[in-house]
Design a protein around this ligand. Structure first.
Ligand code: ADP
Ligand code: ZN
Length: 223
């Protein structure tokens, strides 16, 4: 008998480790990792119409309007590679987006969502985001407190050596705004999915491998 679908949503504050965990989980399950943040940053980098519409909101740490991201998610989830499932990272982020996702799941005749909330306290979130550095080459994610990571320095990945940079929305003012937006708009989704019996809480504190094992166990238990 084939596996059931793995239709996973990762919830969590900015900096909770959604991106890292989504990547690991999508590799493990063999389903696409869909990050609306990555899609939007790609659109900004490509200078597309979508990017032009989204850039201002993103730089300020605000949410991009629901209609835009809902259209992106709707189109992406309808693609053939999502048939065995998907790992959604950064979507939904508002109740309106969650309702739209329910509708898409229904229209596409998909099995129920499995919603994982990566729980991390706020002091740790601020420490992680303000110290986060990314690599343009290997797309690695590092922290300024890690060995071999310095501002203006090269990627610590020995196979890479490309340039490290800080995301424009990882600056302090934007971090404060993102956390406020998270509390106001995204935290209510914990109740939204909790009330529907779809939510599993997993601690986002610890080593990435250890967290990944807990996330995978939670997904397997429900699929
Ligand atoms: P993080 O989770 O680290 O805050 P993301 O990469 O998921 O960052 O998103 C970066 C930015 O892209 C957000 O601050 C927001 O402006 C925009 N964005 C991404 N996903 C959504 C979404 N689902 N709804 C609205 N805006 C979004
Ligand atoms: Zn690199």
């Amino acid at each position: 008998m084939p596996d059931r679908e793995h239709n996973v949503v990762l919830l969590g504050a900015p900096g909770a480790g959604k991106g890292t965990q989504a990547k690991m989980l999508s590799d493990e399950l063999g389903v696409p990792h869909i990050s609306t943040g990555d899609i939007l940053r790609g659109a900004v980098a490509a200078g597309s119409e979508l990017g032009a519409q989204a850039k201002g909101y993103m730089d300020r740490g605000e949410l991009v309007p629901d209609e835009l991201v809902i259209a992106i998610a709707r189109e992406r989830l309808a693609q053939a590679d999502c048939a065995p499932g998907f790992v959604l990272d950064g979507f939904p982020r508002t109740v309106a987006q969650a309702e739209a996702l329910d509708q898409v799941v229904d229209e596409l005749g998909r099995e129920a969502l499995i919603v994982i909330n990566l729980a991390v306290d706020e002091d740790e979130i601020v420490r992680r985001l303000s110290g986060r550095r990314l690599c343009r080459g290997c797309e690695g994610i590092f922290h300024i407190d890690d060995e071999g990571v310095e501002d203006g320095g090269a990627c610590p990945n020995p196979d890479c050596d490309d340039e490290l940079y800080q995301r424009s929305d990882d600056r302090p003012e934007a971090i404060r705004e993102r956390l406020e937006v998270y509390r106001r708009q995204t935290q209510p989704l914990i109740d939204y999915y909790g009330e529907r019996g779809l939510l599993v809480n997993v601690s986002g504190v610890g080593g990435p491998e250890e967290i990944a094992a807990a996330v995978l166990a939670a997904v397997r238990e429900r699929s």
